[in-house]
Design a binder for this molecule. Structure first.
Ligand code: FES
Length: 109
């Protein structure tokens, strides 16, 4: 079922680029897709916008849903936040995100 998969490109913390297949019909988010491909994304809170361990930078100009207040609050407390910072768990995989490019943010100690 080709049409139910999109490709997203994830650059890991070592600068290695991964092209991942992401299903659009399983209500997955970017954090879950990264984990499913064994990239080093913790997703400690399970996608509740409560931990920022899924912090990513969005490098393509896809239209994303607005960050919720919870996401903004979490990003306020995260390390290495940039203008294009988002929480991966708050980016839902959908067909419009074909070709999305993100970079995993560094982890703060
Ligand atoms: Fe915790 Fe995204 S997994 S904020």
């Amino acid at each position: 079922m080709e049409e139910d998969l999109i490709k997203i490109t994830v650059t890991d913390r070592e600068g290695v680029v991964h092209e991942l297949d992401a299903p659009t019909d399983m209500a997955m988010n970017v954090m879950e897709v990264c984990k499913a491909h064994e990239l080093p994304v913790e997703g400690t809170c399970g996608g509740m916008a409560l931990c920022a361990s899924c912090h990513v930078y969005v490098n393509s100009d896809h239209e994303l849903s607005e960050a919720s207040d919870d996401e903004e609050d979490m990003l306020d407390q995260a390390f290495f936040v940039e203008d294009n910072s988002r929480l991966g768990c708050q980016i839902k995989i959908k067909a419009e995100l074909e070709g999305l490019k993100i970079t995993l943010a560094p982890v703060g100690d």
